[in-house]
Ligand binder design. Structure first.
Ligand code: DX5
Ligand code: ZN
Length: 224
């Protein structure tokens, strides 16, 4: 499968949100990553339902919504309905989702991909029970909460291990997504570890020329 490149809008200029999104859309990104934070699960507050709703009118790329919140069970359908029909994927964190079976089912029943995210210190075994149900596993390569953090290199063996587990299993084969600290300098190493979907926030939005950075990143991941 072609590897997908997904800018995280957390690092964009929010005063120019529409232009910032349309610029990466014109540069041909696959999805945009929308980080939702509640000040409880993570020590930061970011984007909520009204913003997702507002983005509908600008014709965004498919939205990959990453819920870093407590009780995501109560919000998945609200986010999907707010962004319909532009919501491609909703990802919940295994550490905060209490009713994983029903929450994954609720996401899928709306025709949206269901993802499960795991923090750096959470072992892969935490998702054993749901790996057959989800469309995507998101391996966090920083602690969730802020853009612009340093990539935790110890996550490379974890990604490789997950690649092996998925390749060796029968039936459902979820995509692997990575998120946190991915830039031009390390995107090759991440792609080589066997991921399918690569999120980059500050790596794209803090660069001088988004299109040039996206083209260069695309060139690297396509060559792996
Ligand atoms: C971190 C977020 C990430 C973040 C990535 O909590 O989940 O999506 O925006 O930003 P960079 O690429 O700057 O680490
Ligand atoms: Zn994220």
């Amino acid at each position: 499968m072609k590897k997908l490149l997904v800018p995280s809008i957390l690092s964009c200029d929010f005063a120019r949100l529409k232009e910032e999104i349309l610029e990466v859309k014109d540069a041909g990104v696959d999805w945009i990553h929308v980080d939702v934070m509640d000040g409880h699960f993570v020590p930061n507050i970011s984007i909520g339902i009204p913003i997702v709703e507002a983005l509908r009118s600008i014709g965004p790329p498919p939205m990959d919504i990453h819920l870093m919140i407590d009780n995501p069970d109560d919000y998945v359908v609200k986010f999907i309905e707010a962004g319909e029909p532009h919501v491609k994927l909703i990802t919940v964190q295994v550490e905060s989702c209490k009713l994983l079976y029903s929450t994954i089912a609720a996401i899928k029943s709306k025709g949206v991909m269901a993802g499960i995210a795991i923090n750096p210190a959470t072992p892969l075994s935490a998702i054993d029970q749901v790996i057959d149900l989800v469309d995507l596993v998101l391996v966090m390569t920083v602690e969730p909460g802020f853009g612009g953090q340093k990539f935790i290199s110890e996550m490379i063996p974890k990604i490789k291990e997950l690649r092996k587990i998925i390749d060796n299993k029968d039936g459902n084969k979820p995509l692997i997504e990575v998120d946190g600290g991915i830039k031009l300098e390390n995107i090759k190493e991440v792609a080589e570890a066997g991921v399918d979907v690569i999120v980059s926030g500050s790596g794209i939005y803090k660069s001088d020329n988004y299109k040039k950075t996206i083209d260069e990143m695309r060139g690297i991941i396509n060559s792996v």
